[in-house]
Write a protein that binds this ligand. Structure first.
Ligand code: MG
Length: 447
């Protein structure tokens, strides 16, 4: 199992994610950076955050880096700060994972997530334990920066039509889930002239009221308040606020694949250019791209792949079907608060979220998984079978097979000995059928 998963190193705090691990990761980063430069370090609200942030700081100082301690910040706020003020970033966060987790995520000098190659090199240094240690009189300096979130909020305000939004005096209900977004989202909304009703707004790493993952089943209170107050919108963050999910003016949850496609549609209405999304995303994105006459570029799963492909292709928008939206005019990373500001701009322009959601095509999805011993061999066989069949196969990430009326995606898990099978079509029955087809083929391919 790789040390760095799709989103950094994650695990149970103080069991797997120990202070020693945090020290060694930042010593590895410092060694990778040649023991010079500045690293900005921020954290989400998790109970173990201060412990792990302190350890990360100690490791970076030991390697001779200058450290800027940003305190509690959403991940995109750290990224925005790094882009203009530092050579690298460390975020102590486990994003949407359960309460007991924590993790470490590394940020490149341009504010995007560190590349896979960079992570691999850091992983090599981590296991070799060949850390550069600064001489006694050249260990790093520590500075504190209290304005990173302010800088970030201003950046978002300047990336949307803030004058128009302010005129409308929207009523917005925000559930920041006691996570890092608690220190940014309510203030962003306030400065966009909104009447803000915040719930779970105290930064509290025990997450007393809901899981950091913003799924509809834990957001019933938010929906209820949107309905009762006649709010224009409801918004909820995950633990580190790089993602946001939304409720429309009728207090209906906007399914995340729909959210992605409706934002793409809005962006393409103003500006033409390629859009980017992982192969796991719904065909809704393809329909929106076709309708606008632009190219859709598919990538491997993971927001970093989407962000890098967006830079490469000069894309106007990109994102994942989990509420992680990327706006290049702001920064090349998932940004929940930016998505929220953009939705306010959409409403300010006279659209209703419910109507925009209805305007993107509907699809049905099915998924399942199966236990597999030899993942690579099985995947290879699955690929060959589909190619033999003469199917249209995309191997950007796992094996995706396109049919006239839908697709099957077969992907090995990065962390467990299982293969996941996803399917999509215009009807639930057909999606289920495609899923079963995929499952049968995997089972037949198990050696
Ligand atoms: Mg997150």
């Amino acid at each position: 199992m790789a040390f760095f998963g799709t989103n950094g190193v994650r695990g149970i705090a103080n069991e797997y994610i120990t202070p020693q691990l945090a020290i060694d990761v930042s010593r590895s980063l410092g060694t990778y950076m040649g023991s010079k430069g500045t690293v900005a370090i921020g954290r989400d609200t998790r109970a173990s955050g201060e412990m792990l942030k302190s350890a990360s700081i100690a490791g970076a100082l030991s390697a001779g880096l200058t450290v800027i301690d940003l305190g509690i910040c959403p991940t995109p706020s750290v990224q925005y700060y790094v882009k203009d003020h530092a050579d690298a970033g460390i975020v102590v966060t486990a994003s949407h994972n359960p309460r007991e987790y924590n993790g470490i995520k590394l940020i490149a000098s341009d504010g995007s997530e560190l590349s896979r190659d960079g992570e691999k090199e850091i992983e090599r240094i981590y296991y070799s334990k060949e850390f550069s240690a600064a001489p006694w009189n050249r260990t790093g300096d520590l500075r504190f920066e209290n304005n990173a979130n302010e800088y970030y909020i201003k950046g978002i305000i300047n990336s949307v039509d803030h004058k128009l939004i302010r005129e409308k005096r929207f009523r917005v209900v925000a559930d920041t889930g006691c996570g890092a977004g608690s220190v940014t989202l309510p203030f962003l909304l306030q400065r966009l002239g909104c009447e803000v009703i915040t719930i779970n707004g105290q930064a509290d790493g025990t997450f007393p009221w809901r899981n950091p993952e913003p799924t509809p089943d834990v957001l019933t209170e938010l929906a209820e308040i949107v309905r009762k107050t006649g709010a224009n919108m409801g918004v909820a963050h995950d633990g580190d606020a790089d993602r946001a999910v939304f409720f429309d003016e009728n207090a209906d949850f906007i399914e995340e694949e729909t959210l992605l496609a409706m934002m793409a549609k809005y962006v393409l209405g103003n500006k033409k250019g390629p859009i980017v999304t992982p192969v796991s995303s719904s065909s809704r994105m393809l329909d929106v791209a076709r309708e606008a006459g632009v190219e859709l570029v598919w990538t491997a799963v993971g927001s970093i792949n989407v962000a890098r492909k967006m830079m490469e292709t000069g894309a106007v928008f990109g994102g994942e079907g989990n509420g992680g939206l990327i706006f290049p005019e702001h920064q090349y990373c998932r940004d929940g608060a930016m998505a929220c500001a953009k939705f306010l701009e959409i409403i300010a322009n006279g659209h209703k979220l419910s109507e925009l959601a209805k305007s993107v095509p509907a699809y049905f999805n099915s998924k399942t998984k199966t236990k597999v011993q030899d993942l690579p061999a099985t995947m290879e066989k699955v690929k060959k079978e589909f190619i033999l069949e003469g199917s249209k196969v995309d191997t950007t990430d796992g094996v995706k097979v396109w049919y006239e009326d839908g697709w099957i995606l077969i992907r090995p898990s990065g962390t467990e000995p299982i293969i996941r099978i996803f399917a999509e079509s215009k009807t639930k029955d057909r999606a289920d059928e495609l899923m079963r087809l995929g499952l049968e083929l995997v089972n037949r391919s198990i050696l």
